[in-house]
Design a protein around this ligand. Structure first.
Ligand SMILES: NC(=O)c1ccc[n+]([C@@H]2O[C@H](COP(=O)([O-])OP(=O)(O)OC[C@H]3O[C@@H](n4cnc5c(N)ncnc54)[C@H](O)[C@@H]3O)[C@@H](O)[C@H]2O)c1
Ligand SMILES: CCCCC/C=C\C=C\[C@H](O)C/C=C\C/C=C\CCCC(=O)O
Length: 520
């Protein structure tokens, strides 16, 4: 292979792929485009294999970068995409692996031939040249070891059929590079949503294979791909990165900031698409509340989105053991297994100390004990997570609501304590605590912003003024902001013992240092 031919092939490859961008926009589907790319790449790799020994480290690095850039452009991935994702989503081999494949094929052809002169030369090389790093045999011995393939000697003694050898090499390369890139992506926080079981060198990820090659489908695939790889730029990020110059509002609904929680769960403009997807997902929810009128309204709303069979409501009073346990029994009977419990019931009634403590404190403790019993692997469950809803008032004294504060402080201390039980790991349990600041819900009633209203029971006129002042100073969370913190607590599986605050000023923050960590 002469130098000018090599140069020509590389030029061809560059013009073919470098500016091609998204597949499909050039009229080709991903498979055809990739096949053409890899055929050109193979011949380039082939050329390089012979010049392999003369390649300097910087040439090596630039050919890797060149190859990765082509694969990335080809899938319309931005430059910040993790290398592992670029290769695994397309199932593509590295240049290094392509060269190894050819080395191993060449080795097979030599050791399995019946030309005694060639075989003698091989023997001579094996005796004389195995310490020489530049020798083909020394290099290929390293390649065989790298992929756990038989040594040159055993290949010579018992060469398998050509087909079998090709298959063994293919499998070994795929196994090695799949493991290599899976390890690489493990540390990437942007890739937490990528299902590892769908990633394999040699197979194209369903994000590409499930699409037709129409331009609109391919563009949808590019967005999906960016969502999967954590590289999609939500409006809220654009806002952040532009130093506030760009708007953070969702362009689809125009009503809220666009972030991943909004996009996946909340944006009303995507309701229809979500409905179709959610009806296949088996997210099963049991709602419970002492207020059955409101509970049944919420049930109806959830059933419309998630399907009638996937949601249930059970009336319950969390201060009554039997009533509370009945919820767990009913949910288990209908859904079979329980894995998340949210102890959310709460009230603000400074004029009723016993009720406040019974609902906000005892109710949450009771719910946590029942969850431990019904979810725990040691008592027939599959393990899971408990999220106890406290408040920033569970971390800061507030002089005009000491009873509410006492009830919420108790939840933080209780949750942190149960999270330290050494049995949690065996039981598959983790316990977390969410502490929102003032949030725009029914508890945060209009009367707190209406100067003309009487203060709520248990509050003097002066105390109400103090509260309004505090509310003005701290700001009021939207429910979406709190949901975002809540989803983070659920999704991060090594946060046992976490206490998270959600405030208007500082967003999501963990308190009390790093939680006691164990991965479940
Ligand atoms: N809204 C805020 O500003 C804010 C801030 C921080 C924490 N929290 C906490 O968030 C949680 C949810 O409150 P919210 O703001 O959604 O108010 P909310 O009043 O809408 O919800 C509380 C729910 O608890 C139910 N409940 C009360 N007593 C019960 C009982 N004995 N058994 C069963 N259910 C009972 C109520 O019927 C109500 O539906 C509460 O624990 C609250 O203390 C609220
Ligand atoms: C003072 C009564 C206001 C009424 C709002 C109704 C219910 C709110 C309940 C919340 O749990 C209270 C949350 C936070 C208030 C406590 C402390 C503020 C600490 C400062 C901060 O949030 O940074």
């Amino acid at each position: 292979m002469c130098k000018s031919h090599t140069h020509h092939t590389v030029q061809l490859l560059v013009s073919y792929t470098q500016e091609s961008g998204l597949h499909g926009t050039n009229g080709l589907n991903l498979q055809t485009s990739y096949k053409n790319l890899s055929e050109l790449r193979h011949s380039t790799a082939f050329c390089m294999a012979w010049r392999f020994y003369h390649l300097t480290r910087s040439k090596w690095t630039s050919s890797h970068a060149f190859h990765k850039k082509n694969l990335r452009n080809f899938q319309s991935m931005p430059a910040r995409t993790a290398t592992g994702a670029v290769y695994l989503i397309l199932g593509a081999l590295t240049i290094e692996a392509e060269i190894h494949k050819r080395q191993l094929s060449f080795l097979y052809n030599i050791v399995s031939c019946d030309n005694s002169t060639i075989l003698d030369l091989v023997d001579r090389q094996l005796i004389m040249n195995m310490d020489n790093q530049q020798s083909f045999f020394c290099k290929v011995a390293g390649t065989l070891a790298m992929y756990d393939l038989p040594s040159i000697d055993s290949l010579k003694q018992q060469p398998p059929s050509k087909l079998k050898w090709k298959l063994s090499v293919k499998m070994a390369l795929q196994k090695y590079w799949t493991k290599f890139f899976l390890e690489e992506i493990e540390s990437k926080t942007t890739l937490v949503h990528l299902d590892r079981t769908l990633l394999k060198i040699g197979s194209v990820h369903p994000v590409w294979t499930s699409l037709s090659s129409t331009i609109s489908d391919v563009k949808k695939g590019a967005v999906k791909n960016r969502l999967l790889t954590g590289t999609y730029l939500f409006e809220s990020n654009k806002h952040k990165f532009s130093g506030g110059k760009e708007s953070s509002l969702c362009r689809l609904c125009g009503t809220s900031n666009e972030d991943i929680t909004h996009f996946l769960l909340l944006c009303p403009a995507l309701h229809q698409q979500r409905k179709a997807l959610f009806s296949n997902l088996k997210a099963l929810v049991c709602l419970c509340d002492i207020d059955s009128e409101e509970g049944l309204k919420t049930l109806k709303r959830f059933q419309t989105t998630f399907g009638n069979e996937n949601v249930m409501f059970v009336k319950c009073d969390v201060t009554d053991h039997d009533s509370f346990e009945n919820v767990f029994k009913q949910a288990k009977r209908k859904f079979g297994v329980l894995d998340i419990v949210v102890n959310n019931a709460g009230l603000l009634a400074e004029d009723n100390m016993r009720k406040t403590m019974m609902v906000n404190s005892i109710g949450v403790i009771e719910g946590t004990q029942l969850a431990t019993h019904y979810l725990n692997k040691e008592s027939g469950g599959q393990g899971g997570v408990v999220v106890n809803i406290s408040s920033t008032a569970g971390l800061t004294p507030v002089f005009y609501m000491p009873i509410y504060v006492a009830s919420k402080y108790s939840i933080v201390g209780y949750t942190r304590s149960v999270s330290q039980n050494p049995a949690n790991k065996e039981r598959g349990m983790r316990y977390t605590c969410l502490c929102p600041a003032f949030t725009d819900t029914t508890m945060f009633d209009k009367k707190w912003s209406d100067e003309g209203e009487e203060p709520p029971p248990g509050f003097s006129e002066e105390e109400k003024k103090g509260a309004l002042h505090l509310i003005e100073a701290t700001g009021v969370n939207t429910v979406e902001e709190v949901v975002k913190g809540f989803m983070t607590l659920l999704e991060v599986d090594d946060n046992n013992g976490a206490v998270m605050t959600v405030t208007k000023k500082h967003g999501i923050q963990y308190r009390h240092g790093k939680p006691l960590s164990h991965k479940l």
